[in-house]
Design a protein around this ligand. Structure first.
Ligand code: PMV
Length: 322
């Protein structure tokens, strides 16, 4: 790849996320709590002097705009559209290389991380220094291309890092932890369509409006309690909240046999709590281990999952290097 000038390379990286409590209900205005994890998406933008824009990732190489770019890079394509609409095209052309440690469809926020890192890298290479709020607005276009009607929690967590209490009306509030907390994550291997799951939950709301309204309110209470437990380092209480949140997610139809089996396996070990994280229907579970038991829990989960790892929360948000 030839650059028109050697300085014209920007590397931006952004973390994936877990939702500790409150997924789905957050779309309907409840509070939810999320945390950045130790898996990241890195986007390297460089001017290429060809007057064309290229996406490169995992052996794929497509020009933007184009049908294949839109099909294989839907989130970055929507982010690029938004950037060019706001700031005009980059006449010199650029290459945008995407490297991800987060499996797609794993419920670990890969679309938000790629949207945030693309928005930051591309605007910076075009000479714009944007605020976090502006990057968030652009990244939301990428997230919407995948999720249809996202709450914004994934983008805000990926952007800011750490642990955040989020609601659509009040935005993201950072939560400072005195001590890091270890959480184990296991991907079921089954991808899913977040947009379809959000729509199916909207149908449950239509069918049971009163019950759903109570669950939205209860989910907010659980989220606020989870913040207290996180701040106190009260892991048994946090685990109890996770355990109670899970059957509620099951009731709205976003768990399944595979996830239930993984949760059952996780709970046969010494853990405080476990639940699915994110949209469900596939994706991942999170497990809060008792101190000193994480290896044992990971070994147990490896029988069901090829992608199990542990993360300490909190982790750093968006990083940009030029
Ligand atoms: O990132 P996902 O697909 O695991 O789900 C995000 C969480 C939802 O609440 C289901 C959607 C949203 O935008 O808040």
């Amino acid at each position: 790849m030839t650059n028109t000038n050697e300085d014209a390379v920007v590397t931006a990286s952004s973390p994936g996320k877990i939702i500790i409590v409150g997924e789905h209900f957050v779309v309907h205005e409840a509070y939810a709590v999320a945390a950045a994890i130790n898996k990241r998406v890195t986007v390297i933008a460089s001017k290429n002097g060809t007057r064309k824009v290229r996406f490169v990732s995992q052996g794929r190489d497509y020009y933007f705009p184009g049908t294949l770019a839109r099909r294989f890079f839907p989130a970055p394509s929507s982010v690029m559209n938004e950037i060019f609409e706001r700031f005009g095209k980059c006449e010199e052309g650029m290459s945008i290389e995407i490297r991800s440690e987060i499996p797609r469809g794993s419920g670990l926020g890969s679309s938000a991380a790629v949207s945030v890192a693309t928005a930051a890298a591309v605007t910076r290479i075009m000479g714009k220094k944007l605020s976090l709020e502006e990057i968030s607005k652009i990244a939301m276009k990428g997230e919407a291309a995948i999720h249809g009607n996202p709450s914004g929690i994934d983008v805000e967590t990926s952007l800011r890092g750490g642990v955040v209490l989020f609601s659509k009306s009040s935005g993201a509030k950072p939560i400072a932890l005195e001590k890091g907390i270890e959480i184990i994550i296991a991907f079921s291997g089954k991808g899913r369509n977040t947009s379809a799951l959000i729509s199916s939950v909207a149908l449950i709301r239509k069918k049971y409006p009163n019950t759903f309204a109570h669950l939205v309110e209860s989910s907010s209470f659980l989220s606020l309690q989870a913040v207290d437990a996180l701040c106190r380092g009260d892991l048994p209480y946090l685990g109890a909240i996770m355990n109670i949140a899970q059957p509620i997610l099951d009731w709205i139809g976003v768990s399944n046999d595979k996830l239930d089996r993984m949760l059952e396996d996780a709970r046969s070990g010494r853990v405080f709590g476990a639940k699915i994280t994110g949209a469900g229907g596939g994706g991942s579970i999170i497990v809060l281990p008792r101190p000193g038991t994480s290896k044992e829990v990971i070994d147990r989960l490896e029988a069901e999952s090829k992608y199990v790892f542990s993360t300490l929360i909190p982790q750093e948000g968006l990083k940009v290097e030029q």
